[in-house]
Design a protein around this ligand. Structure first.
Ligand SMILES: Cc1cc2nc3c(=O)[nH]c(=O)nc-3n(C[C@H](O)[C@H](O)[C@H](O)COP(=O)(O)OP(=O)(O)OC[C@H]3O[C@@H](n4cnc5c(N)ncnc54)[C@H](O)[C@@H]3O)c2cc1C
Length: 596
């Protein structure tokens, strides 16, 4: 099966030149995050991802997870790999020191997570969910809950889940799982949840479920939902494991992809009730769950990037070895590797340029998350927070939609064998398919973006980002280097289309949400390609600057060409998207339901 080579050079370029790692290292507690340390961490993670995780991806897909004697059994090799993952301290990379973590910045952890996902998204999902559960307990859990559960969840010795979905309730207001107060201050839960990722497995002795449920007598709708920590195995006063809680995996879903993750139907309280502990206060569950969902949304965006990188590497390797056709305009009539054909090169560059653009935007967002949490200046913190909130639907929605398209293009590069499972390219597409759905579909992200973050905000947050984009465009357009001026010209058009779309959405929102929401999908894509184009503009400027002291660098020379390709082939789509947003709601709204 295909090898994975961690893209360390690009990751370091992005961290140092675009995400301003030196500024992150100046934040309180992050003094050790120097470029040297970052390089060492990335190299170590790269070895783990390529040598331990990546080899399990295909075998895990084939073998899948089985329910044996009521317990999910993970595929061969996963238990050993996970034990090594924990032993090496990877789950605790960005957790605070006082909780047993290594306190490294989120921007570095994001690059590392991309590698886990390139190795295997099915593997990466386990720590993704646990990290989210840890975040919620850290912010909203009582000192007692924190003391009992956090250290072993941070270390990865126990894992966590996110338990929202019920058969009738994709929509959270419809949650029916019940919680009743018990005499000892805990609760007893009864209900069925579906689609619970890593709901049960044999990699660790305990799983801590964070479950949404309704306390008896709670208000109807989302205002009456509370959050509970429900361990698979109850924990005794002295920290040892006690009795099995009244929680079990009833079945494992058969899925299109991610065969090596147990996606479980979970029964809580088949008997006397599952013992649960309230997280925070009653009826504020949704608010707490959003802490988890926001970190998970960004992390799912990183799944899109990681999968796309792996699909690209596989396609590139195949294009180098597959001999087919003669080179048009070439010097001989001998057959050549397909990488010589202009259209194959276009596909590879389309994949590569979008991956680098997403990686850059993700790193800039992750750096902003670090700044929003730790900068000493409240105004700076607020500005970073506003940027992160605006861009979160793009990270979740656009990174994953783009990752899916890149995985599909990877199959196209392979031709017919790409469609055959043994080749392995198809798995990336199957695995990518869920990323645009879970943690809120792209449609829900687009609605959040246009409704809450553009319409109700009157376009203020995005206005501040556009000012920053315009500065980069001006630097590009006034540059001595023609390639950079060409990138600047495309960025100028992209930003113009974005401005026109924002103006139209803000205006139409005032008259009611429907026309604006009809354009929300195209707007999410437009903001994604322009924001990532802005980062590619910055990348081109940085590469040009660095070339002055390193004129022979292939990496920097090709970085500029990759940015140019992105401008010409990806950013240039902005005009069509603008048209769909500004003028395209008519048919969407005029079609009757019956006419579809
Ligand atoms: C493999 C897998 C793993 C999962 N893991 C977990 C997990 O660990 N924990 C958990 O709790 N859940 C999990 N889920 C559930 C997942 O988060 C939901 O399936 C997802 O959020 C979509 O909800 P839904 O299936 O109810 O779809 P629906 O909400 O029924 O959506 C169907 C379609 O309608 C659109 N739509 C729905 N409402 C609106 C609206 N208001 N406006 C515009 N469009 C709308 C959607 O975009 C979508 O295209 C998982 C699901 C899968 C398949």
């Amino acid at each position: 099966m295909s090898q994975y080579t961690p893209p360390l050079q690009d990751m370091q370029f992005v961290l140092n030149e675009l995400a301003d790692l030196h500024e992150i290292a100046a934040l309180p507690g992050y003094g050790e995050a120097t470029p040297d340390l970052a390089r060492a961490v990335l190299e170590e993670a790269g070895v783990f991802a390529s040598e331990v995780i990546a080899p399990l991806n295909h075998s895990g897909d084939i073998e899948g997870v089985r329910l044996e004697g009521g317990a999910p059994r993970m595929p061969a090799g996963w238990a050993q790999a996970y034990a090594r993952f924990v032993e090496a301290g990877w789950p605790a990379l960005s957790a605070p020191e006082e909780q047993g973590g290594q306190n490294l910045p989120g921007v570095l952890a994001a690059a590392v997570e991309e590698m886990w996902n390139s190795g295997s998204v099915a593997f990466g999902l386990l720590s993704l969910l646990s990290r989210g559960a840890v975040n919620v307990l850290r912010h909203a859990g009582s000192p007692e809950l924190q003391q009992r559960y956090l250290p072993r969840m941070v270390s990865g010795e126990w894992t966590g889940t996110m338990v929202l979905t019920e058969p009738q309730a994709g929509c959270l207001s419809a949650v029916r799982t019940r919680a009743t107060r018990a005499a000892d201050g805990s609760y007893r839960l009864h209900g069925t949840k579906i689609f619970i990722t890593y709901g049960d497995h044999d990699l660790v002795p305990n799983v801590v479920h964070l479950v949404l449920a309704r306390v008896e007598g709670a208000p109807a709708g989302t205002k009456g939902i509370s959050l509970f920590a429900v361990p698979k195995v109850l924990v005794n006063e002295d920290g040892s494991l006690g009795e099995h809680n009244d929680v079990r995996a009833v079945s494992i879903e058969r899925k299109l992809g991610l065969h090596a993750t147990p996606t479980c139907v979970m029964a809580f309280g088949d008997g006397a009730g599952a013992v649960g502990y309230l997280v925070g206060e009653e009826n504020r569950g949704l608010e707490y769950m959003f802490i988890m969902m926001n970190s998970a949304r960004f992390a799912v965006g990183l799944e899109g990037i990681g999968l796309a990188e792996r699909a690209y590497q596989k396609a590139r390797a195949y294009a180098r070895e597959r001999v087919q056709g003669v080179e048009q305009g070439g010097e001989t009539s001998a057959k050549v590797a397909i990488i010589r054909h202009p259209d194959v090169r276009r596909m590879l560059l389309s994949m590569k340029s979008r991956i680098e653009a997403m990686r850059a935007l993700a790193a800039v967002m992750a750096a902003s998350m670090d700044q929003a949490a730790l900068n000493q200046d409240p105004e700076v913190r607020d500005a970073h927070q506003a940027f992160v909130e605006l861009m979160m639907p793009v990270a979740k929605g656009w990174f994953t939609e783009t990752g899916l398209d890149i995985a599909s293009m990877g199959i196209q590069v392979h031709g017919g064998v790409g469609f055959i499972e043994e080749t392995g390219a198809a798995q990336y597409l199957r695995d990518a398919r869920i990323t645009t759905i879970y943690e809120g579909t792209t449609g829900i992200q687009a609605m959040d973006l246009v409704g809450r973050k553009i319409g109700r905000d009157g376009g203020r947050a995005i206005g501040a980002v556009i000012v920053r984009m315009r500065q980069v465009q001006a630097d590009l357009e006034s540059h001595a280097h023609a390639e950079l001026r060409a990138i600047g010209a495309q960025l100028n058009k992209g930003i113009g289309d974005l401005e026109a779309a924002v103006e139209s959405l803000v205006k139409s929102w005032e008259g009611g949400p429907k026309p604006a929401l009809a354009g929300s999908g195209p707007f999410l894509e437009l903001l994604g390609i322009v924001a990532a184009g802005w980062q590619m503009g910055r990348a081109a400027l940085a590469a040009d600057r660095l070339l002055a002291s390193d004129p022979g660098s292939d990496f920097l020379t090709y970085k500029i060409l990759t940015c140019r390709f992105y401008g010409d082939h990806v950013l240039s789509k902005s005009a069509g998207l603008r048209h769909a947003i500004v003028s395209g709601s008519g048919a969407t709204l005029e079609f009757s339901d019956a006419a579809f």
